[in-house]
Design a protein around this ligand. Structure first.
Ligand code: HEM
Length: 53
């Protein structure tokens, strides 16, 4: 993930916007609350690799 986002200088607002989009897609596809939580937890755990790289 670090290499894919290197030099993009992604900030917290942009990062959270992607998580919002992911949440919308999960809800739109009727993914259960527990699975939603698991996916968002995994995506959020990548923030240090993606943000401000
Ligand atoms: C948890 C959040 C994110 C995940 C899991 C993620 C995942 C990925 C993956 C798998 C790729 C493809 C890498 C490749 O083809 O080698 C990618 C590319 C990219 N990501 Fe993300 N991303 C995330 C957040 C963001 C954010 C917040 C932005 C910008 C606001 C962003 C912008 C981009 C762009 C522009 C590319 C294309 C890079 C290229 O074509 O070289 N990503 N991302």
């Amino acid at each position: 993930m670090v290499a894919a986002h290197k030099g993009m200088n992604i900030n917290a607002e942009e990062f959270m916007a992607v998580l919002d989009d992911a949440l919308n897609a999960l809800e739109k596809n009727n993914i259960g609350p527990r699975e939603q939580e698991e996916v968002l937890f995994i995506l959020h755990s990548m923030r240090k690799e993606i943000m401000l790289g």
